[in-house]
Design a protein around this ligand. Structure first.
Ligand code: GLU
Length: 280
């Protein structure tokens, strides 16, 4: 029964089999949605063409159903929503929030010296090489045309250097990070013509009216980037709840390579979802 305004989502990426860590975070997401008598969507984060595979989409749906998840149909598939992301990119450009970047991933890695490494290590701090004011006066990147399909540029969001951002996390309480220090200018669109996770996630969360984002603690740093995107695009900001990550017996975060803890393997070994959950 739906009688509240709560809307949540489960957002797996079909790059491998779902494991216990996903199940645990998603279970918390489902419980929070149920406790609020709200709705829950399933979002298929399949934008990374090189890593996502259709057979993992099929497997993830089967494994989620087996475990006891239920969501609103139809599933949301990000690769079918490119026009929505492109419209948001155009708005970011019109608002002066983004600039084209010709740096390769390798350039960025090499240009980043250890002392500038931020508190978060998910991606190196971008040194600002292609910020318009850092380019030679004759560079064609200084006054680029609006983003266009196939323009071959990475587009970066320019973060407000020195601004400290905060949010109240439903699990960890107050979180804070400083733009330009803990994280730098980040990609919103890739030169192979794919929206970045940051942009696609924000646009989908806003479009679906998500009121609370429940996901793993490894994405806390992304939340700060996303707060800037919500603000730049004029979208309402949802609540956030970042769940502690499940680790293996050595304290290593579960990854797709932990096949023994894939939901599929557990099912094949006769384990039951209720029994798995009772260990949490
Ligand atoms: N698809 C993303 C992942 O698997 C999670 C996205 C999110 O919850 O915002 O890491």
């Amino acid at each position: 029964m739906v009688n509240s305004s709560y809307i949540g989502r489960l957002a797996p990426s079909p790059t491998g089999l779902l494991h216990l860590g996903h199940a645990r975070t998603f279970w918390i997401a489902q419980q929070r949605a149920r406790a609020a008598e709200g709705r829950l969507f399933l979002r298929n984060d399949d934008l990374d063409r090189a890593r996502c595979r259709p057979e993992f989409v099929t497997a993830m749906i089967e494994d989620l159903r087996w475990f006891g998840f239920a969501w609103e149909e139809p599933m949301i598939t990000q690769s079918e929503r490119i026009p929505l992301f492109r419209a948001a990119l155009a708005r970011l450009h019109a608002g002066g929030f983004i600039y084209p970047c010709a740096c390769s991933r390798k350039d960025v890695q090499q240009a980043i010296a250890a002392p500038h490494e931020g508190a978060f290590n998910d991606e190196p701090l971008y040194p600002g090489t292609c910020r318009p004011e850092n380019l030679p006066p004759d560079s064609r990147l200084r006054s680029p045309a609006a983003p266009a399909p196939g323009d071959g540029f990475n587009w970066r969001f320019r973060v407000p250097d020195g601004e400290t951002l905060t949010f109240q996390d439903g699990h960890g309480g107050e979180q804070r990070a400083t733009a330009g220090h803990d994280f730098g200018d980040f990609l919103v669109w890739r030169k192979d013509d794919v929206p970045s996770y940051q942009l696609a996630s924000v646009v989908d969360d806003a479009d679906l009216g998500i009121t609370e984002v429940v996901r793993g603690a490894d994405l806390i740093k992304s939340t700060f980037r996303q707060l800037l995107l919500f603000r730049a695009l004029g979208f309402a900001i949802p609540a956030f709840c970042h769940c502690p990550l499940v680790t293996d017996e050595f304290g290593v975060r579960l990854a797709k390579r932990h096949d023994a803890l894939a939901l599929r393997t557990l099912r094949e070994h006769g384990r039951k979802p209720a029994e798995i959950r009772s260990a949490w």
